[in-house]
Design a protein around this ligand. Structure first.
Ligand code: SF4
Ligand code: MSK
Length: 629
């Protein structure tokens, strides 16, 4: 137990945002264990693991390589540090690509079920996008019912996961020059499942033993995610639930309500949470909530399920990865509904300290101690209503003496899909290109990725975003990075006052924030599409554009895949958390230097966000100079 001054100091070290700090203090007072406590318990963390030079792939091991050139220099099988590092990276990346892509598959399955009349509560919301994407697939749209087209499209997209076609259609969206670079490097992705399965094959003992060859396949696998699984997750969700348009909502833990039934929607896939949004509007359930003494039902988002809902419905955003336990520690959450990804396995342990019930909904993502309500498309709305009813029944169990909700949520804008950005620009990318050519906007950087207890929560994201906009660099964001900027007040048009004169003028003229919320982790694919359109207008490759990427606080295997498909697509990307590759100088050289000759982009590692902004600005200047602007 700490005195209040010490608890406050600890909280200030853990998180940037004052509402997070407030609840960290409460969690400390309540004796509730959080991710930061577990992180402290793990110190010192294994140096071999951090360098990527331990291997636990087979039972001749586990093996580890001595990092200073002494023995052992090889694992029992003979693998070198180069090989062990490269295999570990491909393994991590493939896990991340699988997570995104399997999410995409589930969206497409719901699209197919909806097209064939088997789902409950779903409708095709964006017919215009349906027709547009269907035509990319060569599907006949003339005079046909939208359900018939959607059925054909869902089947064609599901085929992208298979192994017979050997060509992902959406790769055609990339500019010609980018595709040629991929072809030359042998990294054109063939299909989603094939690249991931092949990756698992290659990392088996006795298969891939050439680190460079392993990393080439890592690039191909990441492209099957960015231009395949993730892109299909985004497009399928837009067709089913609507393509986002700008909207204003609120962010931080203050979005929880003192007098309403609070339901937190946490995870990544919008297919169930979309039904929960519908269920929460059911007059019978609203009435039942009132009968239980609540003033209504309050839905808030968390992590990327939250991003999906903020983007399409303006549902308030309670927080990001490191906020999941804090939301429960407010004592005001009746139910936390989870689908999958980025959910702490200890979440039910946290909930057991309060009245919160955790509901799991995916057969893939069960958690011990949670209530399981299986999501199936044919009963989606019924399941959603059951979950809301459960939350209502739990409202009287809330102990008002243990509730603390921060006072002031912050306003934020979301909904900047690629289509919405184009609309905001007046229907064409020309104004953005003109502003870039004129130097008013020097370039664009995608700031994406997670939180990580190794970094003061949100410090990396917010500091980097502020530095970039100050230097007239437009920021586009997804995932927890977007949530961090939302909480920090950067996602409103008034934040343009923090930007350099050129970017400020552009934002003021268009009425947009200097940092644009483009969605969830799979929506990093929206950034790729935006880059492809701009490159096409200029007749260049993505690698020629003054673009950058950054993941200042990343933690997940999905982020390894995102960062790699950014680089493979031609976007120089700076990582704030060192990846587990420093045990191999050869792998480091390949990823940070030699890749430039292949895709005109590379990785960099820079934990200091101000120095990261320096690197990104220098790279943008390099690309501008090469373009002659
Ligand atoms: Fe050791 Fe080789 Fe087995 Fe890895 S694959 S655990 S390095 S023997
Ligand atoms: S939720 S993958 S912590 S961004 Fe997409 Fe945030 Fe990273 Fe999960």
């Amino acid at each position: 137990m700490y005195d209040s001054q010490t608890a406050r100091k600890i909280a200030e070290k853990r998180a940037l945002d004052s509402t997070d700090q407030e609840i960290i203090v409460k969690a400390i007072d309540d004796g509730t264990e959080t991710v930061w406590d577990r992180f402290a318990d793990q110190q010192p963390q294994c140096g071999f693991g951090q360098l990527g030079i331990c291997c636990n792939r087979c039972t001749m091991g586990p093996c580890r390589i001595e990092p200073f050139g002494k023995k052992p220099t090889r694992g029992v099988c003979g693998a070198t540090a180069d090989l062990i590092v490269a295999r570990n990276m491909l393994d991590d990346l493939s896990t991340g690509a699988a997570a995104h892509s399997d999410h995409g598959r589930e969206v497409l399955e719901v699209l197919l079920d909806t097209a064939e009349g088997r789902s409950q509560g779903y409708q095709i919301q964006d017919e215009e996008k349906l027709l547009r994407v269907a035509s990319e697939y060569g599907i006949n749209t003339d005079g046909r019912e939208k359900e018939a087209i959607a059925g054909d499209l869902a089947r064609a997209m599901l085929e992208e996961y298979g192994t017979l076609k050997n060509q992902i259609q959406l790769v055609e969206r990339a500019p010609q020059k980018t595709k040629e670079a991929w072809k030359k490097a042998g990294i054109v992705p063939r299909s989603v499942d094939r690249e991931i399965v092949e990756a698992m094959h290659r990392v088996h003992m006795g298969v891939g033993a050439d680190y460079a060859n392993i990393l080439v396949h890592a690039m191909r696998t990441s492209l099957s995610d960015g231009w395949g699984g993730s892109m299909m997750a985004t497009e399928g969700s837009d067709i089913l639930f609507g393509t986002p348009v700008p909207c204003t909502t609120l962010a931080n833990l203050g979005t929880l309500s003192k007098d309403k039934v609070n339901v937190v929607l946490h995870g990544h896939n919008p297919i169930l949470s979309e039904m929960i949004v519908k269920a929460a509007e059911d007059p019978a359930l609203v009435k039942r909530a009132e009968e239980k003494g609540a003033k209504g039902i309050n839905l808030v988002g968390m992590c990327c399920t939250g991003n999906e809902l903020s983007m399409r419905h303006g549902i308030p955003m309670a927080g990001s990865l490191l906020d999941q336990e804090l939301a429960i520690a407010t004592g005001a959450v009746e139910v936390m509904v989870i689908d999958y990804q980025c959910i702490f396995p200890s979440i039910t342990h946290t909930a057991s300290c309060y009245h919160t019930k955790v509901v799991t909904t995916s057969e893939k993502s069960k958690v011990q101690g949670a209530l399981y309500k299986e999501f199936r498309p044919e009963t989606g709305l019924d399941t959603a209503k059951e979950i809301i009813a459960l939350a209502i029944e739990n409202f009287p169990s809330r102990n008002p003496d243990r509730v603390r909700i921060p006072a002031t949520p912050v306003r934020m804008m979301a909904g900047f899909s690629e289509e919405a950005i184009k609309t905001a620009l007046g229907g064409s990318y020309k104004p953005l290109i003109n502003a870039i050519v004129a130097g008013e906007v020097k370039g664009v950087v995608g700031v994406v990725g997670c939180n990580n207890p190794k970094v003061k929560q949100d410090y990396g994201h917010v500091t980097l975003a502020k530095e970039l906009i100050k230097r007239d660099i437009l920021v586009v964001e997804t995932g927890c990075a977007a949530i961090a900027s939302g909480k920090a007040g950067l996602l409103v048009p008034e934040a343009a006052d923090l930007a350099g004169e050129g970017l400020k003028a552009v934002c003021k003229a268009l009425g947009i924030p200097p940092a644009l919320h483009m969605g969830s982790c799979v929506d990093c694919s929206r950034i790729l599409v935006l880059a492809a359109h701009v490159a096409d207008e200029l007749g260049v490759g993505i690698g020629d554009l003054p673009l950058g990427g950054a993941a200042p606080e990343w933690y997940s295997q999905k982020a390894v895949s995102i960062a790699t498909y950014f680089v493979a697509s031609g976007v120089y990307t700076v990582l704030g958390i060192p990846p587990k590759i420093f045990g191999s100088q050869n792998v480091l050289d390949l990823l940070t230097t030699q890749l430039k000759d292949v895709v005109n982009a590379s990785f960099a590692v820079e934990p200091d966000p101000v120095k990261a902004a320096d690197l990104l600005e220098a790279e943008i200047e390099r690309k501008r100079e090469a373009l002659g602007i």
